[in-house]
Write a protein that binds this ligand. Structure first.
Ligand SMILES: Cc1cc2nc3c(=O)[nH]c(=O)nc-3n(C[C@H](O)[C@H](O)[C@H](O)COP(=O)(O)OP(=O)(O)OC[C@H]3O[C@@H](n4cnc5c(N)ncnc54)[C@H](O)[C@@H]3O)c2cc1C
Length: 363
């Protein structure tokens, strides 16, 4: 998110993820790689509903798994969801994904992931899985009124950041409003920021942001934190952190970028305004696991439980990305997971005699 440093940096909107930057492709003129299916209509013509591997989710984890599975000739089907591209679609500058020294816009990065997955023959459908049956193979998944069947499944449905639900909060996302200090803290060097929340996430984000910001104001609607004692002590002892107790954010202020917040005292009802250059919303995430709960283990926070890296209690069903990982929550770690899940799925299919023996160069 560069809006603080790059006035006018607006969130791009990519009506269709299909159109890739031809110029980009031309630099690889020598390459014999076919054009992505979505640009030559192959995706529209590809009506397969059966595959050796069905991937659920088209964020960094799902699309990386698709790239690896496609290059292993597994012809994956990606049921990508109604929000194709995942969480990075709601942010602007991504500066910490390797390979882009000048950073890249979140949606643009996801467009490249998608083009790469389609280039190697992935079929991608932008619908949500509403129901699954993992009682036997092929596993069955229903999405958009269609039944898909997979000899193996990779679940990469991620998690959704919880927001305050204020209009200006949504309008200024990527322009001072963020849900990720690891991702965006760097943009607030020498600036003042506010963090809303009272759990470990908020305390952790506030403490992390002291590395960049001059002042960090923690806004919490109650008079005591929910986070662990050690995180509370660390935050409360930090000279750069101040706390507004019994304080609710009722609006986010600013034309093009965040300039402040309007606050309401939850005891007196009094409203005040506080100047700030950024607002970090740290009120938690909701893992997208509802459709899998009858089949896969979830932990107390609702995240999927993995076994042996990417496995689950059902042989042939694998997991990747933020849908299980609530520790790192980064695009590169999710992509790494996607790669691992595809390799594990391929080896499992091979062991079942479903996929031909992988050659050393498969990956
Ligand atoms: C505002 C913001 C800014 C961020 N900035 C950065 C950054 O700068 N750098 C960084 O490394 N990370 C950043 N992150 C974190 C990063 O976006 C995530 O860690 C990463 O996207 C996780 O990837 P994922 O593929 O596991 O899940 P997600 O990106 O959450 O993707 C999940 C996918 O699953 C789909 N899905 C969900 N339910 C279903 C269903 N039932 N059926 C089918 N599909 C479904 C969704 O539509 C989506 O396509 C940011 C996150 C946010 C919210």
């Amino acid at each position: 998110m560069g809006s603080m440093d790059k006035p006018g940096s607006t969130l791009p909107s990519f009506p269709s993820l299909a159109i890739i930057d031809e110029a980009d492709e031309s630099t690889h003129a020598a390459s014999t790689r076919p054009a992505p299916a979505s640009t030559n209509g192959a995706n529209a013509r590809d009506a397969r509903t059966d595959s050796k591997v069905v991937i659920v989710g088209s964020g960094p984890a799902g699309l990386t798994a698709a790239i690896y599975a496609a290059r292993a000739n597994l012809e994956p089907i990606v049921i990508g969801g109604y929000v194709p591209g995942g969480q990075l679609m709601i942010t602007s500058d991504v500066e910490n994904y390797p390979g882009f020294p000048d950073g890249i816009l979140g949606p643009e990065l996801m467009e490249k992931f998608r083009a790469q997955a389609e280039t190697f023959g992935s079929r991608i459908v932008d619908v949500d899985v509403e129901r699954v049956d993992f009682s036997e193979r092929p596993f069955r998944l229903w999405a958009g009124g269609v039944e898909y069947r997979g000899e193996s499944v990779i679940v990469a449905t991620g998690a959704s950041a919880l927001w305050l639900g204020l209009d200006n909060e949504t309008r200024l996302r990527g322009r001072g409003v963020s849900a990720c200090a690891t991702c965006d803290g760097f943009f607030f060097r020498g600036k003042k920021v506010a963090v809303v929340g009272g759990g470990d996430t908020a305390l952790e984000e506030a403490t992390f942001l002291t590395r960049f910001a001059t002042d960090v104001v923690l806004l919490h609607r109650r008079d005591q934190f929910r986070g662990s004692k050690i995180m509370q002590d660390r935050a409360l002892e930090h000279p750069k952190i101040s706390v507004r107790w019994n304080t609710q954010v009722v609006d986010v202020l600013g034309e093009d970028v965040v300039s402040g917040v309007r606050l309401r005292d939850t005891v007196t009802g009094e409203e005040t305004e506080e100047a700030t250059d950024g607002l970090f919303v740290a009120i938690g995430y909701k893992p997208n696991t509802d459709v899998f709960r009858d089949w896969l283990e979830v932990d107390s926070a609702g995240y999927l439980v993995v076994r042996d890296e990417t496995g689950t209690r059902i042989d042939g069903v694998f997991v990747a990305g933020d849908v299980h990982d609530h520790r790192y929550r980064q695009a590169v770690t999710a992509a790494g997971d996607g790669c691992k899940a595809a390799i594990d799925a391929e080896r499992w299919l091979e062991a079942q005699g479903i996929a031909e023996k992988a050659t050393a160069t498969a990956w």
